[in-house]
Design a protein around this ligand. Structure first.
Ligand SMILES: Nc1ncnc2c1ncn2[C@@H]1O[C@H](COP(=O)(O)OP(=O)(O)OP(=O)(O)O)[C@@H](O)[C@H]1O
Length: 230
């Protein structure tokens, strides 16, 4: 049987700004993860996959601009027996071999642990399904911390609150908002956020069946679109 062409995203355009937290929203299957992956350059090359369009960062092509990009996946992958401090130290060693001394690296890791609110669990094991370790929200913030080591200008997060309780989800979103306020461009995909999570967003891209139905500030304006497409 011949392959059928399917358009997963059509006529999508928009802008994400430094200092602002942009959420890609829409019902299940509307294309949120696909769009996030396209923007972050995370789609595996395949002869069956066709991409067209322009993707610029500060007016330069993403491919030639030399910008550092962070991508926080939905699933957190860690060595369960390590602590957040050990996890970050190894990540720093691998990503920033230019550290002149272990003291400097440790100082940097400590700063990151403070910045992401992980200092109280810095020396507990990460844990897994069998051995209880740090919480789901702490794991998500550890994923973010690992990605921040290389000082990315743009941070992508795929469904960062999935599987978290209300308190942990809020803490993760507050962290993302804080990173945006520090000057990063932060883009996340999110499905049906609670209002306490939604309140952290500055801008919204609302997708329906692969097309943008709203693109603009999070406050007030999109509500009528949610009623129709959410
Ligand atoms: N590689 C692929 N080949 C064919 N179809 C795909 C591929 N990747 C995604 N799709 C389809 O594209 C549509 C959008 O998928 P996507 O995962 O981006 O949606 P989503 O909005 O993130 O959904 P959810 O909230 O359920 O995660 C879905 O119908 C999905 O089945």
């Amino acid at each position: 049987m011949p392959f059928q062409t399917r358009f997963l995203l059509t006529n999508v355009s928009g802008e994400a700004k430094p200092g602002r937290l942009l959420a890609i929203m829409g019902p299940s299957g509307s294309g949120k993860t696909t769009l996030l992956n396209v923007l972050a350059g995370q789609l595996a090359a395949s002869p069956r996959l066709h991409l067209s369009g322009h993707l610029d960062i500060n007016g330069k092509s993403r491919l030639t601009g030399g910008y550092k990009i962070a991508y926080v996946r939905q699933e957190d992958l860690f060595f369960s027996q390590l602590t957040p401090r050990e996890t970050l130290s190894i990540a720093a060693e691998l990503q920033l071999p230019e550290f002149a001394s272990v003291e400097k690296r440790d100082k940097y890791v400590n700063e990151l642990l403070f910045r992401l609110g992980l200092i109280n669990c810095a020396d507990s094991i990460v844990g897994d399904a069998k051995v209880r370790g740090i919480s789901g929200g702490e794991k998500k913030r550890l994923s973010l911390a690992c990605e921040l080591i290389a000082s990315p200008s743009v941070i992508f997060a795929d469904e960062p609150t999935t599987g978290l309780d209300a308190f942990q989800a809020e803490k993760v979103m507050e962290t993302l908002q804080q990173l945006a306020q520090e000057g990063h461009t932060v883009i996340c995909s999110i499905h049906q956020p609670r209002s306490s999570v939604y309140n952290n967003f500055d801008d919204i891209v609302l997708l329906s069946e692969g097309s943008v139905v709203y693109n603009g500030p999070a406050k007030d304006e999109p509500l009528k679109y949610f009623a129709k497409f959410g």
